[in-house]
Design a protein around this ligand. Sequence first.
Ligand SMILES: [Zn+2]
Length: 154
Amino acid sequence: MDEKQHRDPRLKGASPWPAGARVAKAEAGKVNFLSFIGGQIRAIGARIRDFFRYFDAAGTGWRLRTVQGDSLPRNFSQRTVFLAREDGEDWCVGFLCPCGCGRKIELLLIREAKPRWDLTVDARQRPTLHPSVYLNDGCRSHFWIRAGHIVWCE
Ligand SMILES: [Zn+2]
């Protein structure tokens, strides 16, 4: 079989699928299988995330950590409201934005401040902030912290 016959499948006796094409088809099959498996793993991942979101809503929620002094620690940890307290006076609270954007939010509690927030803590040490927190730039999150849980406003 000469070169011309091999390349042109219309010619009698030539294979409609050159050897290279058969290999490519088999490879394509493998890729499809891998992307199928990838899709399954992603679906399972989404279910695990949903589970943890549910667990977050039903579980222990946010905790309060009090630090002595009129300033907050430089680094905040996840799901923690830091309270700066000096001589029995609550100065401010700080925490990471609950949307996950990584922004540090600091709110004043002292009476002279405007705007200011009220922090209350229940018997189980769960923080509640009043009023709600609204970020007017960036992620524009709007939420309440009530009894250690984030309540999102639409
Ligand atoms: Zn955010």
